[in-house]
Each structure stands twice: as structure tokens, then as C-alpha cells.
Write a protein that binds this ligand. Structure first.
Ligand SMILES: Cc1cc2nc3c(=O)[nH]c(=O)nc-3n(C[C@H](O)[C@H](O)[C@H](O)COP(=O)(O)OP(=O)(O)OC[C@H]3O[C@@H](n4cnc5c(N)ncnc54)[C@H](O)[C@@H]3O)c2cc1C
Length: 432
């Protein structure tokens, strides 16, 4: 069952850090819409350059799709948790500079076949299948024609089905719905974690920014020389606006643009599909898993979970991940269906006795959250150019940023941060 924090919802889940915000300017140089990773990164950079900034954030907290909540005293990330692609991730660079408690994610995972540790040969078959998939997709992506990433996969042996499921999970959609040309640009090697949670870290980074919380933007008028940004807290006049709201939110016309955005920009916004990736947070003190922060591959059954992160930070908490097809199927059932599903799948593997003291304390619902509507944005086959289209400013006064625009780190907090900094750099260049 959901715990009290869960019943109040993610919005009111305990933030590890309180945020003090100075008074935002009434007529800033730049309005930043959204205080997630992209918005925070951009506001920091704009302010260092001496520009005045006001950040408008619809939620009553900053961090967007990074948020850390406490369960039984332990901080757990309900959104982004991994710092992916360490060597190119700006949040890792920043964390190191600040002396933040980063730790490397273990490379070795658990491998079970029908509830028993698998043999070396079985585990090696999984590694081989991954290597075959990577080779096939990298090779096929050199061709001119884009196509579904899943279409180019060769037969990969007994673990092939698992590789397809894992790639589908981390893509946010089944591989048949993901652009092949976009797919290999995702760089997931060299992962790290941060003690206290990634959400708490991002929240610390945004602590002294001029943010108006609980302020949803609903219109941007760029008919004049600057922009007029209309929100639930009134209207702001600025020289430029940076929109970092998720693509899925823009697709719902949550923000009306006057005049309307150019056709190419609108088509790019509507080109993305909704990536779905949700955590069922489990508390399972006598799980069969030893060691901290290891991924577990559970195989050999009818319903193998595509993702299970075990003993997070050395605690009895685990993330049982839901991919898009599973989440969609569970949406047709009742609110407790994800919890029951996780229990059923783990009982199939390890038996009912083994899950006696397993409880599900929370299930995330980012796909139904009005301010995210998805876990991240996914590029369907044939549309890989949409990211680049949105990088160009509109009328030299509207910029877009966020995870959706990053090619090398798409769908990640690091990619969102990188894009926020990129857009801020361009705005600085323009306004200077
Ligand atoms: C369950 C889950 C697990 C994930 N795991 C990882 C991971 O391990 N590692 C990783 O790097 N990434 C992960 N991600 C993805 C990562 O969280 C996102 O890519 C990243 O946080 C997006 O940052 P952003 O700034 O682009 O968008 P957001 O963080 O969504 O920020 C946009 C902000 O805009 C606000 N907003 C929306 N509409 C309006 C409006 N009209 N007016 C004002 N404000 C508005 C929103 O409230 C939000 O705060 C995960 C995501 C989910 C959901």
C-alpha cells in the first residue's frame, strides 16, 4: 500500500532541502518557464552573466522530474536517480567541483533464472546479446534511411527478448516506436549516484534563484519587441523567454503563443511521443539481493521485469520499474494494480514465502502528472531532426530547452542541464 507521503502525492513528498527564493524581478531581462534541471541551469548561467531573471514554476517546489522524498527516514528519488554518462554529464562535473558525495554505480548486476542465481554461461549470453544489439543498431544507423530501432535487431539467442525489453524500458517506448537514428546518440555508460538523492542535489543547485512557485504560465505574447508572459500570478514583460516545460505539456497547448509559433516549430513539438518509465518503490528487508545499488535481471518466467534496482544506497528499498506497455496495461485496472503486479512478478520468481514482508510504499505517476505528462520525450522513427529544429530561437526572443532537446543525453537530467546552459549562453549572446 502507499505510505502517507505517497497518498499526499509526489508534490508533497518530503523535499530533502528547503528552498529560499529571493524576490523575483517584476520586469526581468529573461523569464524562464519551469524550474526543473534545464530551468535551474539556465537561470544560474544568465544571472552569472549579470542579467535579471524571473523563473516561473507551476509546482510548489523546484526540481521538476527530479525529486527526492523520504520513506522510513531514507531519501529516495521518485524521478531521476542515476547520473548517466559520467564523462559528459554536466551535473557530475558540477558535483565534483562542489565536493558532492558522488559514488560510482556498480557495473556487475544480479542475474537470476527462475529465482535461482544463473550460471556464468547464462549471464555471458546476456552480455553477448547486448553487444549484438549495439553493433547492429550502430551499423544500421549509418544508413541514410531512418527506421524503427527494433527492426534492425538480429536474432540474439536466448537472452534477446530481455535485451529488447531493457532497451525499451530505458528508451521510454518499445524499440519499434523509437528512431534508429536517434537511438545510438544516447550515451549511458559510466553511471554514478549521489548520496541523499539526485532530486535533493538539483534542488540545492536551485536554492538561491528568484523563483515564483505555484505559478503556471498560460500565454506568451511575442507580437511586440520583447515578450509578455502571462501566468496565474499576472503578466511579466521581458526581453526574452526560455521555455523549459516538457514537450508533452506543450503538446496540450498549456501555453498559448501569440502570434502562433511557426509551423515547423509546432510540428517539431508535436513530433515527440511520451516516454514512460515509472518506479514502484518496494520495501523488502529480506530480499535475496546482496550488495548496494545493483540492477537485477530476473529471467526465465512468463513476466520478467525489465528493470529492478536493488538495495538502493544499501537500504531495504528497491525500484521495480514499469515500462510503457506495462504501465498502459495497468492504467486499465485500479490504482493498486502496479503494487499487486510487482508482488505477483516477484512471487513467480522467488515464491510467496520470499515476499512475505515485501511492501510497495509508493508508485510514481509522472505520465498522469499535469506538469510532466510523461517521464521524458521520445523521437519516433523518421523524426530525429526535431531536436535540432527546436534549438533555433523563435523571433530572437523565444528559446526552448529541456531534456527533449539534448541529442547525446536525451531523456536525462544531465541532458536537460546541458540544454539549459546552451540556451542561456545563446540568450546572453543575443541580449549583450
Ligand atoms: C521515473 C523517472 C526516472 C528517471 N530516471 C532518470 C535517471 O535515472 N537519470 C536521469 O538523468 N534522468 C532520469 N529521468 C529523466 C529526468 O528526470 C528528466 O529528463 C529531467 O529531469 C527533465 O528536466 P527538464 O528540466 O527538461 O524538465 P522538468 O524537470 O520536467 O522541468 C520542467 C518544469 O516546468 C514546470 N512546468 C510545466 N508546465 C509549466 C507551466 N505551464 N508554467 C510553469 N511551469 C511549468 C514543471 O513543473 C517542471 O518543474 C527520469 C524520469 C522519470 C520520470
Amino acid at each position: 500500500m502507499n505510505g502517507p507521503a505517497a497518498r499526499r502525492g509526489v508534490e508533497e513528498a518530503v523535499q530533502s532541502e528547503s528552498v529560499s527564493t529571493p524576490n523575483p524581478a517584476a520586469t526581468p531581462d529573461v523569464v524562464v518557464v519551469g524550474a526543473g534541471s534545464a530551468g535551474i541551469a539556465a537561470a544560474r548561467r544568465l544571472m552569472v552573466a549579470g542579467l535579471t531573471v524571473t523563473v516561473l514554476e507551476a509546482r510548489r517546489r523546484i526540481g521538476g522530474r527530479t525529486v527526492t522524498a523520504r520513506f522510513k527516514g531514507h531519501p529516495l528519488d521518485l524521478g531521476a536517480h542515476w547520473l548517466h554518462a559520467g564523462p559528459i554529464n554536466p551535473l557530475v562535473r558540477l558535483g565534483r567541483r562542489r565536493g558532492e558525495p558522488l559514488r560510482r554505480a556498480p557495473v556487475e548486476g544480479h542475474f537470476f533464472v527462475r529465482g535461482r542465481p544463473g550460471s556464468r554461461a547464462q549471464s555471458a549470453a546476456l552480455d553477448r546479446a547486448f553487444a549484438m544489439a549495439d553493433r547492429a543498431m550502430t551499423q544500421a544507423a549509418k544508413g541514410r534511411e531512418d527506421q524503427p530501432a527494433g527492426r534492425v535487431l538480429p536474432p540474439m539467442g536466448p537472452q534477446g527478448r530481455r535485451v529488447v525489453a531493457i532497451h525499451g524500458l530505458v528508451s521510454g517506448r518499445p524499440l519499434d516506436e523509437v528512431s534508429l537514428h536517434d537511438f545510438p546518440s544516447m550515451e549511458y555508460a559510466d553511471n554514478l549516484f549521489i548520496a541523499g538523492g539526485l532530486g535533493a542535489f538539483v534542488s540545492r543547485l536551485g536554492q538561491s534563484l528568484p523563483v515564483r512557485l505555484g505559478t503556471a504560465v498560460h500565454a506568451i505574447d511575442w507580437s511586440g519587441s520583447g515578450v509578455r508572459v502571462e501566468s496565474t500570478a499576472g503578466t511579466l514583460q521581458a526581453k526574452a523567454v526560455l521555455v523549459t516545460t516538457p514537450m508533452a505539456v506543450l503538446q496540450q497547448d498549456a501555453i498559448r503563443f501569440a502570434p502562433a509559433l511557426p509551423n515547423g516549430v509546432q510540428e517539431a513539438i508535436h513530433g515527440f511521443t511520451q516516454g514512460v518509465y515509472e518506479h514502484v518503490v518496494l520495501h523488502w528487508p529480506d530480499s535475496p539481493f546482496r550488495g548496494a545499488d545493483r540492477l537485477a535481471s530476473l529471467t526465465g518466467m512468463h513476466r520478467d521485469p525489465p528493470g529492478l534496482l536493488t538495495c538502493i544506497d544499501g537500504t531495504p528499498f528497491h525500484f521495480f520499474e514499469l515500462d510503457q506497455p506495462t504501465a498502459a496495461a495497468l492504467d486499465r485496472r485500479d490504482a493498486h494494480a502496479p503494487h499487486r503486479y510487482a508482488r505477483e512478478v516477484l512471487a513467480e520468481q522467488f515464491g510467496h514465502r520470499a515476499i512475505r514482508n515485501l511492501s510497495a510504499v509508493h508508485t510514481t505517476r509522472w505520465r498522469h502528472d499535469p506538469w510532466s505528462q510523461a517521464s521524458w520525450a521520445v523521437v519516433p522513427p523518421g523524426l530525429y531532426a526535431v531536436r535540432d529544429t527546436l534549438k533555433a530561437p523563435v523571433g530572437e526572443r523565444i528559446w526552448f530547452a529541456g531534456e527533449a532537446l539534448s541529442r547525446a543525453q536525451w531523456g536525462t537530467a544531465g541532458g536537460a542541464w546541458e540544454e539549459g546552459e546552451r540556451a542561456a549562453g545563446e540568450i546572453i549572446g543575443r541580449l549583450a
